[in-house]
Design a protein around this ligand. Structure first.
Ligand SMILES: C[S@@+](CC[C@H](N)C(=O)[O-])C[C@H]1O[C@@H](n2cnc3c(N)ncnc32)[C@H](O)[C@@H]1O
Length: 351
């Protein structure tokens, strides 16, 4: 932990709601794609006793180290991997960890990362402008602020920070370059747009934009979600906690699309997409933290939880492709039961 860190620990957000949305069951297999300090992972392991298994993934090697300690009691049932969830399927294939009963994404960064000096995520401590989740990534926030054009910076701050004063901020940054540290950048932004009483710190949105850009957060989220659905067994749950509207929009649209049988544009007279629903939405309305959780953990205030369940592909007609995909789904339902799989193989070969 950073030596001057007042409260380095990470409080898992909507813990009970997450365990419930994942429908954690004894003996289940789960993937935590954003392990962080291991708070959610620990609860999943506790609720999946006896026999539960967890694959924990985090891009940040520091997070893996912290989680290894917090999950020590379950070391024989956990596999922790320092990887990016954009490679989710490859990771699961490599470790032969599928199909699973549930997959969790708790997006963004942890308090461990925010509070740790030297990572550059916070405008409260002076540090190099880094902001990478993993030291193996090449581009840092300093590279972006010091080499992008004014127009590129304004666009980035507007798009990923949803900042209304993006042009003014970009102009001041370019005038002040090279940007040497987090505090240098935060003060430049403050000079550009001033401090508004009772509002967010003026640097909040620009820091968010840079972090999203450095870590390609939105692209990785889209890639991770797409791969997650194929890894879920029948009735397996996908649960995502997001912290800002850009993430939540991606999650909402993805789940809604995967829950539809046709995704043709509304004015298409006959379906030409052939899309089949693979998910059922669990909660029609987004789940948010209670007032008491927000009071106890202010970081949770913007959190939104969405959950969906893997379904067998539904179809009215039954051509041979449909039969095949139905049988594939039934196979997924057999989980890891070789005897049952053998029986199903027999059925397939005579079907
Ligand atoms: C909000 S924290 C998770 C906290 C965790 N649920 C807990 O209870 O301690 C998000 C974590 O996701 C990780 N992360 C973000 N994007 C990632 C990605 N694309 N691949 C893997 N890990 C990622 C971050 O490094 C961070 O540790």
């Amino acid at each position: 932990m950073g030596s001057s860190t007042p409260n380095p620990s990470h409080i898992p957000v909507m813990l009970q709601e997450t365990v419930k949305a994942l429908a954690v069951q004894p003996g289940g297999r789960y993937i935590d794609c954003t392990l962080g300090g291991g708070g959610h992972a620990l609860a999943i392991l506790e609720h999946s006793l006896p026999g539960g298994q967890l694959l924990g993934i985090d891009a940040d090697p520091e997070a893996i180290k912290v989680a290894r300690t917090s999950l020590e009691a379950y070391s024989s049932s956990t596999l922790l991997v320092n990887e990016n969830f954009a490679n989710l399927q490859a990771i699961c294939i490599k470790y032969d960890f599928f199909p699973v009963h549930g997959i969790l994404f708790d997006l963004g960064l942890s308090s461990l990362q925010l509070n740790r000096n030297g990572r550059g995520f916070s405008f409260q401590h002076d540090a190099p402008l880094d902001m990478r989740f993993s030291p193996s990534q090449e581009v840092t926030a300093a590279d972006i602020v010091n080499t992008s054009s004014e127009a590129e910076l304004a666009h980035l701050i507007r798009t990923y920070g949803e900042e209304g004063y993006s042009h003014r901020i970009a102009r001041h940054i370019v005038k002040e370059r090279p940007m040497k540290s987090t505090l240098h950048l935060a003060r430049t932004i403050e000079r550009a747009i001033g401090r508004r009483r009772g509002k967010l710190h003026p640097a909040t949105k620009t820091f968010q934009a840079l972090r999203i850009m450095v870590n390609r957060e939105l692209e990785n989220l889209e890639a991770g979600l797409k791969q997650a659905v194929d890894l879920l067994g029948f009735e397996g749950r996908l649960v995502v906690i997001s912290y800002h509207s850009l993430e939540d929009r991606i999650v909402k649209q993805f789940m809604q699309q995967e829950a539809k049988n046709c995704i043709c544009p509304l004015d298409t007279p006959v379906c030409v997409c052939g899309h089949k629903a693979r998910l059922r939405l669990i909660n029609k309305r987004v789940i948010t933290p209670s007032l008491s959780e927000i009071q106890h953990n202010p970081r949770s205030r913007s959190a939104k939880l969405r959950a969906a369940e893997r379904i067998v592909i539904q179809d009215d007609c039954c051509g041979s492709a449909e039969v095949e995909s139905f049988l594939a789904e039934v196979k997924a339902r057999a989980w890891r039961r070789p005897a049952l799989l053998k029986k199903l193989e027999l059925v397939f070969s005579t079907a």
